[in-house]
Design a protein around this ligand. Sequence first.
Ligand code: HMG
Length: 389
Amino acid sequence: MNIGIESLSFYTSRYYLDLKTLARARTVDVDKYYLGIGQEKMAIPPPGEDVITMSANAACQALKKIDYGKIAGLLFATESGIDQSKAGGIYVHRLLELPKNCRVFELKQACYSGTAGLQLAVAMIARHPEKKILVVAADVARYAMAGSGEATQGAGAVAMIISAEPKLIAIEPEAGYYVEDVMDFWRPNYLQEALVDGKYSIRVYLKALAESWHHYCQVSGRTFSDFYRFCYHLPFTRMAEKAHHHLVKLTGNESLAELTLTQFRDSLSYNRIIGNSYTASLYLGLASLLEHAAEDLTGKRIGFFSYGSGCMGEFFSGIVQQDYKNYLFTETHRNILNDRTELTYQDYENFYNFVYPTDGGDHKFPEYETGMFRLVGIKEHKRIYERKV
Ligand code: HMG
């Protein structure tokens, strides 16, 4: 039985900052951002947009051709959750009016938990192949203003339907994983911004890739030449280049330098203009690959490397399914990206500095473009969401 991704959609903030604007404000050469880290724009959520509204927007699209009655679980992956206790997925479940007999919970391990959700959903479907699981990965990547991570911010949500009818990609059973207790990136409960040891985080990412790859090869017996394309966790797009070159070197394929570029290039387009979306980022890369590859990917094996700081890495694989192009939301995604509003530097500071009140009072938030859903306000410490249409 094939189990995998039946439907895949994403949503991101309707507002972005071009990194040339940030470069001017920070008196940095724009090429450091455009070329050095490979990022052009970053999505910035306005007041009233959070991981719940972005998830509901992404999931609405992914569920378009799905029988709601078959949804038996909603697995919500995030590292920018809104509550220490209640799962964000419960708000999303209500906003989408999904069936009440549904398992809903939240998963956390930095950027890795979207993959934890995917693999868990695959296992759930193996037990109940007639059901479908909605996996949502959503985050707001936020670093200290003017800090070294600032240009790698972003925001977005990806929704995937996992089922025994994987119209896009069947996930193979073999996976290689690696865990190590390190402090490369973390966010204590009392901080709104992540703390990061940037250069160290890149080294740990590459180590976790090598270890996960070795484990994957051991359990699967496959080698580098068994893969057609690769998707990497993308904190910034040049990370894919570093990761792929590391893998190519590790596997003794350095002579294929030009060929290897094409092995990951199509997966970068969306992330380059959205920025880091943590848990969603790897799957945004998959959407980009499927929606940009000029050639037919049917039957091809894709390698995935998922990384979450702290740290957890996993290398796994999937086979692209016949007629996958008929099940993509390419036009919707391009419209979402083309219709965004560019922020001035001052707008960016205003959005960044907007803080949700914590005094338990009754607060309403200004209305911005937030798709079909909106965080209207907070009353008595309770977030109030509405569906706009
Ligand atoms: P930095 O230290 O300010 O930048 O921040 P830099 O000086 O290293 O420059 C970056 C690159 O730009 C370098 O290229 C420069 O040479 C180049 P490289 O040496 O890498 O090849 N450069 C230029 N190129 C062209 N023209 C120029 C120019 N100037 C410089 N004029 C850093 C970079 C990534 C460290 C920073 O943005 C950061 O800390 N980001 C956040 C951490 C991060 O993204 N880490 C990635 C791995 S960890 C991860 O992926 C997990 C994560 O997603 C979180 C999670 O799991 O939850 C972050």
